[in-house]
Design a protein around this ligand. Structure first.
Ligand code: BLA
Length: 517
């Protein structure tokens, strides 16, 4: 059963969701040949929206469907470096006699270089004039500049996005190192149960979905229970396979995700990616209980708002990091001074304020040098330390090692978990070490549904069907044998200290050698 689950997880990570071959039914997708704009493929909902069958559509070029002045504008746009000049283009299409349908047209070229035109019915939804949007963004930014904490800042982001979109629930969702996520800010209508503080497992957003979220910064599913429509013909006639829809706005979502939304009671969703240094940092996730459409322009406005606000958010995060880094740099230079003034470097690390503990915000530290232990604060017993360094030697070849769950890697450590569930270690030379310890901190993690049952696999006639969990009810996990995590800046500070110690030890060895002569 475990093996089956593992195999299924691998499959989830490889599902080619970008080539679904299906689109959401609220718009029309056309694959066009350039430069003649002949229609190569079309979504099969043209009959109901335009009154023209997909077969008839394939006999046409875009020129047969649009007035010449529109074609001219499009042709000019297609020659520009970026299709952004063209998007969105209002497109009037004549159906029966004098009747017109108005669409927001969005062009892109897919990875196989086919031109794709997606038509979404232009709604009577008020266009937000640029100026009022600018005003909104300015206001938000001013407000943001006044807020003190990162937390308050995130709260304003969700407030603003909810103000412009009017979704029932807007969340700021942040990923951790393992890919799990947590809701760090939320705005919602009162009736809904809060998701604030809940964690969701990595498998809720499989790898291919993350890749799409990084490529396409905004995704809308206006009706999670709408029946998807196929493309006609299914395979592209020129490359004889279904097309890659990575950048399509209409691509229908995978059935697993649609089931997920249904199980959560979500009728429509809007997802805005938050990218930092090319990596998916988090999401703004919007939910509505009933179907809800958001125009292309408003979506772009949200994307913009997300981008502007997020760049402020990440610089804020860096500032907090920066202040701490400066503090550690100061501690390190103090330690270096103490080490070079004293007779031996070990005294310098433990005798003064600040000391070795402060460099890594640890509760215990131990130095093994010349076959002797020197300890500070709460540490395991000497005998345990001896075994621990033997284990370290076998298990790490790097200059630095860190874990916040030592007992899980080295089971003997469970004996002294109260002082050393977390270990940060540097190797001075082959047999000499500096170790820092942190105690066990028992934590409760609130999950949106039991993470060990995140995926249900059912087997019928030899075919395995994967589906998301049905219950998202609060599930409390007690996490033991774990300390607070070591921050990258702390690990870095330890590495920097290592360099200084190595220098000082070498110099002192030199001086000794000179004395001997
Ligand atoms: C996609 N899953 C997603 C997306 C989100 C989540 C935000 C991207 C949606 C989009 O692009 O519009 C998950 N949504 C969440 C979470 C919250 C939320 C965690 O609001 C928290 C509040 N998912 C599963 C299982 C499978 C699965 C079991 O849980 C597969 C069997 C699949 N999720 C899945 C897939 C996608 C997805 C395939 C991509 C959908 C697509 O774009 O086709």
């Amino acid at each position: 059963d475990v093996e089956l689950k593992a195999r299924n997880l691998v499959r989830l990570d490889q599902e080619p969701i970008q080539i679904s071959g299906q689109v959401q039914p609220h718009g029309i997708l056309l694959v066009l040949e350039e430069p003649n704009l002949k229609i190569l493929q079309v979504s099969t909902n043209t009959q109901s929206i335009l009154g023209i069958s997909p077969e008839q559509m394939l006999e046409k070029t875009l020129e047969d469907l649009l007035d010449p002045f529109q074609i001219e504008r499009i042709q000019t746009g297609l020659f520009q470096d970026s299709l952004d000049y063209l998007n969105p283009t209002k497109i009037w299409m004549r159906i029966r006699g004098d009747e017109y349908v108005v669409f927001d047209g969005v062009f892109h070229r897919n990875p196989d270089h086919f031109l794709i035109l997606e038509l979404e019915p232009a709604t009577s939804q008020e266009n937000i004039p640029f100026l009022s949007f600018y005003h909104l963004a300015r206001m938000s930014i001013n407000q943001l500049e006044e807020t003190a904490s990162l937390h308050e800042f995130c709260q304003i982001i969700v407030q603003e996005v909810r103000k412009v979109t009017a979704f029932d629930r807007v969340m700021l969702y942040k990923f951790d190192e393992e890919g799990h996520g947590v809701v760090i800010a939320e705005e919602k209508i009162e009736e809904l149960e809060p998701y604030l503080g809940l964690h969701y497992p990595e498998s809720d957003i499989p790898k291919p979905a993350r890749k799409l979220l990084s490529a396409n910064w905004i995704r809308i599913i206006p009706d999670a229970s709408a029946q998807a429509v196929a493309l006609f013909p299914y395979k592209n006639p020129q490359i004889e396979r279904p097309l890659d829809f990575t950048h399509s706005t209409l691509r229908s979502a995978s059935s697993c995700h649609l089931q997920y939304l249904k199980n959560m009671g979500v009728g429509a969703s809007l997802t805005i990616s938050l990218i930092k240094d090319g990596e998916l940092w988090g999401l703004i996730a919007c939910h509505h209980r009933t179907p809800k459409y958001v125009s292309y322009e408003l979506r772009k406005a949200c994307e913009f708002l997300g981008r502007v606000i997020f760049s402020e958010l990440s610089s804020r995060e860096e500032t907090e990091d920066y202040d701490y880094r400066m503090k550690l740099t100061y501690i390190r230079s103090a330690l270096i001074d103490f080490m070079s003034q004293g007779e031996n470097f070990i005294e310098g690390l433990i005798r003064h304020q600040p000391n070795l503990l402060d460099l890594a915000n640890a509760q215990g530290a131990a130095i093994y040098f010349g076959g002797k232990w020197t300890t500070l604060g709460a540490t395991p017993k000497e005998e345990d330390l001896n075994f621990l360094v033997q284990w370290l030697k076998k298990n790490t070849e790097k200059e630095v090692f860190s874990t916040n769950c030592l007992p899980r890697l080295y089971s003997d450590a469970e004996r002294f978990k109260e002082v050393a569930s977390g270990l940060l270690a540097i190797t001075i030379s082959e047999r000499n070490y500096v170790l820092w310890f942190r105690p066990e901190v028992i934590q409760t993690v609130n999950w949106g549904g039991d993470p060990s049952k995140a995926i249900e696999a059912t087997q019928s006639e030899g075919v395995v069907q994967l589906s998301p969990r049905k219950s998202f009810e609060l599930w409390k996990e007690t996490v033991k044998l774990q300390s607070l995590p070591w921050k990258p800046v702390e690990i870095n500070a330890a590495l920097e200290l290592r360099k200084a110690i190595v220098n000082i030890v070498l110099r002192q060895a030199d001086e000794l050698a000179q004395l001997a002569h």
